[in-house]
Design a protein around this ligand. Structure first.
Ligand code: SAH
Length: 446
């Protein structure tokens, strides 16, 4: 664990000192300067709450004005450069957030290693204890029970979507009667057993598996780990997505076993499918299986031999004899098919995130343009393209501009039938753009 940051200036040092002692008398460091007019209206602080930093066990973290504004605008993350924290605060602790005048702003998870030092939990003065987390998990469950009821537990879906469910750094996916958990930050990792217990109470699952073998944990100084937390290790878990029978290997599959954010888009793609269909970047063929219900013939292309094997097994389980799994580079495959002037009625493009960071955006856009251009060249008149991007660094407008540029190079006029995103069990939080990353356009070529 790294040392907490030393105060950068004497002024900051004074603030930290003031927080440590919880002095009420010193709360106006600079009383001559009037507080700036705030754009967003927050309820005024309650007088009685000033100075509670001293009474509370939770260490107080001082936010600068930029941090307070960011929280006012709906975000939950504050960077280390915008706070002053006491030296004694440890990674994973719950902290009280106070503004420059000492007013209570909220409570948050503190991270000692990540550049994101603070993740807001609540804007209210409330205890952060077991009942608090139980309520948050129950709220998250209530959304899923209402939006996608599954009383027989035969389907899969995300039951906790981190920040967007106001549970920063916690992901929980349900596959039929099994749960997969990711604790992505110090604070949720330290409370892993608590979450497992609360999830057990709420869902009575057959097993709870952890898939903490994800790169983002490195930013938090957390090790890679996967295994069983509760129950008995399940074999591959069967579940339904619409009418399609899928299977996920919770310990070895991609992500937590499958790409659940695309579930609704796959079901929707199935409704548009007809004629000769192509599923590029197919992984276990989940799109292909939906397409195969209406299309005459489907070709599924993925770079990975393992993905193709999963796909062939899934096709057999679904009695889908009309899918051909091709192992290969989708860029080359699309290029060759276009050179041979092949025609398709339905095409799905669901590539991995081409832009993993800001620097790779230009190259990523070239990649998106190329595959979409080929798809437009391959589509017959009236054909449907379902084209996706899960790169957070490329926003909706930029993605759409890139697709338009591909259409115009292919000299095609294109209707937008649907602008879609992640499934409704992957909500995004207003003010947290990072929680909105998946774009899915349903297009018709005229
Ligand atoms: N459509 C899938 C998820 C796709 S994930 C679903 O709905 O479940 C992206 C997939 O693209 C991975 O399986 C990966 O193996 C594959 N992939 C990555 N680069 C590729 C390339 N250049 N050509 C073909 N497949 C590729």
């Amino acid at each position: 664990m790294s040392e907490p940051k030393k105060p950068a200036s004497p002024k900051e040092a004074r603030h930290v000192e003031r927080l440590r002692h919880g002095s009420r008398a010193q709360r106006d460091v600079n009383p001559k300067r009037a507080a700036p007019l705030r754009k967003a209206v927050r309820p005024p602080p309650v007088l009685g709450s000033i100075g509670q930093a001293a009474a509370s066990d939770e260490p107080a973290v001082l936010l600068d004005r930029r941090a307070v504004e960011r929280l006012d605008q709906g975000h939950l993350w504050i960077y280390r450069s915008d706070i002053a924290a006491p030296e004694t605060v440890a990674g994973g602790e719950v902290v009280r957030l106070v503004d420059q005048r000492g007013w209570f702003v909220g409570k948050a998870f503190y991270g000692a290693n990540s550049q994101i030092a603070v993740r807001l939990l609540t804007r209210e003065e409330e205890p952060i204890d077991e009942p608090f987390f139980a309520r948050r998990l129950a709220q998250a469950k209530a959304l899923r029970d209402a939006a996608a009821p599954d009383p027989e537990r035969k389907r899969a879906g995300r039951v906790v979507h981190g920040e967007a469910d106001l549970l920063p750094g916690l992901i929980v996916d349900r596959y039929a009667d099994c749960l997969v958990v990711q604790t992505l930050i110090e604070a949720t990792d330290a409370r892993r057993d608590l979450f497992a217990r609360l999830l057990e109470d709420l869902y009575a699952p057959r097993a709870i598996v952890e898939r903490n073998d994800v790169k983002v944990r490195a930013h938090e100084g957390l090790p890679q780990r996967k295994g069983l937390l509760r129950g008995e290790l399940p074999g591959p878990v069967e579940f339904f997505e619409g009418e399609v029978r899928l299977q996920a290997d919770l310990l070895e599959g991609q992500k937590t076993g499958a790409f659940l954010d695309q579930a609704e888009n796959r079901i929707e793609a199935g409704r548009y499918a007809r004629g000769r269909a192509l599923d590029c970047f197919s992984y276990g063929g989940a799109f292909a299986l939906h397409l195969a219900r209406r299309a005459e013939q489907v070709i599924a292309v993925d770079l990975s031999e393992h993905a193709a094997a999963l796909g062939r097994a899934a096709a057999a389980r679904n009695g889908a004899g009309n899918i051909e799994f091709v192992v290969g580079n989708a860029f080359d495959f699309l290029h060759e098919q276009a050179a041979e002037t092949k025609q398709y009625a339905t095409i799905v493009l669901d590539p991995p995130a081409f832009a993993k960071n800001k620097a790779s955006v230009p190259a990523a856009l070239r990649g998106y343009k190329e595959i979409n251009l080929r798809a437009f060249q391959l589509l017959e008149k009236g054909g449907t393209l379902i084209t996706c991007s899960c790169s957070f660094h490329i926003d909706d407008a930029t993605f759409e501009r890139t697709v338009l540029s591909a259409a115009s190079d292919a000299r095609r006029s294109v209707q937008v039938i649907e602008r879609r995103g992640a499934a409704r069990d992957h909500p995004s939080l207003l003010g947290v753009p990072e929680s909105r990353y998946l774009k899915c356009l349903v297009l018709r070529v005229l």
